[in-house]
Ligand binder design. Structure first.
Ligand code: GLN
Length: 491
């Protein structure tokens, strides 16, 4: 079996048993990544030197009997929105083109402490604003399954790098679907944990009340294993949960007999839902019933407000978070005739207009407008009120069911360029994913076969806050069913 076909847990097992060295595994994946990236552009930065240094130190520790975790020695790719002091961190933006942070995000530190080997930074929509990885200053990423299509976004590089077997594990971030939608488009698993489960320290802020780090992998057991290492309280993030972290791998094999699975009326009967995506969800329902689950019809009545609510809350928070990019504190500064004009305001305005791309500027303006005096009550405050109603819908649903099953996206991976001239069309693709972020609950995307044209299909599982174990359990059982097996793209 080729190394890219093994699960990360199996790679970790062989490395710990010294059947393989982390060095040879890392070299193998670095070679694939370097070879395939010319066409896919999944990475902004591949760091062979740092990767090999970390691999050798993992091998060294293991040779002394010190196996830091079940994934020690396994390579991982990091979305370029997470700060790394040893590699640049650009957020896909010209604004941060040459930025190298003085510190490393807690999530990444947790991984290196557990012996994992970051080999590079993956491409993304600029500042994670987007759903197609087309707004990156470093060029678009292609879907390994169909190179004229988007890998999704904003963690498009994370999902594409996995689907192409360039890495066995990948870390993304999810503010409104950015882990789950690319996972769905590329045929891999991805989870957005409960808000606060993983520290946001060093995750460059987009919308702080929605942002969560989330891992992607081919296999559910790999997601569980890496989520374990990423999770936990961090003094540096006051919103990180103080709850003890459950053993996510412990319940994967639990029987689904008697479990109640909610079928979301507003998602399954949505007019925008593609027929093959719908058929995949119905297949998923059948498999779960065969495994002993009971299907329950549920309703999330405020679904139709979720996209408008998200696109007020997220840009409002972004407009504040991105005010720090002023041409002084970080990154890009416009120097055009500054010496002659010299007013500070002009320099800041020019730096921001030239440093940010069109979508980021649009969001900053939208958010600034929604928060401005006279409009605050009508837009931002109203959106917060509706956000509460959306969270209440989920709460009511989880009084009746254990998990919700539905589609991740209205349709499979769309064509590159298809939505680029119409931001609202792009926003509407997020219909089924933003609810979980607004409500703070965990949600996961898992592969569910292919369309007749060979594009990946996916299932969306959502659970109550802190309910990752159950989600992973259901996802694992689904993946065991033959139809849902993980596959690599034929690159
Ligand atoms: N597509 C959504 C947006 O454009 C979600 C992005 C994300 O989760 N980072 O905002």
């Amino acid at each position: 079996m080729k190394l890219e076909e093994l699960s990360a847990v199996e790679l970790g097992r062989r490395i710990a048993a010294r059947e393989l060295s982390s060095r040879e595994v890392t070299l193998y994946f670095l070679d694939r990544a370097n070879r395939l990236d010319g066409e896919l552009n999944a990475f902004i930065h591949i760091d062979s030197e740092e990767g090999l240094r970390l691999a050798e130190s993992a091998d060294n520790a293991i040779s002394h009997g010190d196996v830091a975790s079940p994934l020690a020695g396994v390579p991982v790719a990091i979305k370029d929105v997470l700060c790394t002091s040893s590699m640049p961190t650009t957020c896909g933006s010209k604004m941060l083109e040459h930025y190298q942070p003085p510190y490393t995000a807690t999530a990444v530190k947790n991984l290196t402490r557990a012996g994992l080997v970051p080999i590079g930074k993956t491409n993304m929509d600029e500042f994670a604003m987007g759903g197609s990885t087309e707004t990156s200053h470093f060029g678009l990423t292609r879907n390994p399954w169909a190179k004229d299509r988007t890998p999704g976004g904003s963690s498009g590089g994370a999902a594409a790098s996995l689907a192409a077997g360039m890495v066995p594990l990948s870390i993304g971030s999810d503010t409104g679907g950015s882990v789950r939608q690319p996972a769905a488009f590329c045929g891999v698993c991805g989870i957005k944990p409960t808000y606060g489960r993983i520290s946001r320290h060093g995750l460059v802020a987009f919308a702080s009340s929605l942002d969560q780090v989330g891992p992607l992998a081919h296999y559910v057991e790999d997601v569980a294993a890496i989520l374990q290492l990423l999770s936990g309280h961090d003094n540096r993030d006051s919103t990180s949960l103080k709850q003890p972290v459950p053993r996510f791998t412990a319940e994967l094999n639990k029987s689904l007999k008697g479990i109640r699975v909610g079928v979301i009326h507003e998602h399954l009967e949505h007019e925008a839902l593609d027929s093959e995506v719908r058929a995949a969800v119905l297949d998923g329902q059948r498999v779960l019933e065969d495994l002993g689950a009971t299907l329950v019809d549920v309703t999330l009545p405020h679904t139709k407000y979720s996209v408008p609510t998200y696109y007020l809350v997220a840009p409002s928070e972004a407009s504040g978070n991105l005010s720090r990019y002023d041409g002084v504190h970080f990154g890009f500064r416009s120097r055009v005739s500054a010496a002659l004009e010299s007013p500070l305001d002009a320099m800041i305005a020019r730096s921001r207009s030239l440093g940010f791309g069109a979508e980021v500027r649009r969001r900053v303006m939208l958010g600034t407008f929604a928060l401005s005096a006279g409009y605050y009550d009508a837009y931002y405050k109203k959106a917060l009120q509706v956000r509460r109603l959306i969270a209440n819908d989920y709460r009511a649903a989880f009084e009746r069911v254990d998990v919700l099953l539905g589609p991740v996206t209205p349709r499979p991976a769309f064509q590159l360029g298809e939505n680029t001239d119409d931001p609202v069309r792009m926003y509407l693709e997020d219909l089924f994913t933003v609810g979980a972020n607004l409500a703070g609950i965990p949600a996961m995307s898992i592969p569910a076969g292919f369309t007749a044209g060979g594009l990946p299909l996916a299932l969306h599982l959502e659970g109550p806050a802190f309910g990752e174990s159950r989600l992973l359990n259901v996802a694992y059982q689904l993946q065991q069913a033959k139809f849902f097996n993980a596959k690599l793209a034929p690159v």
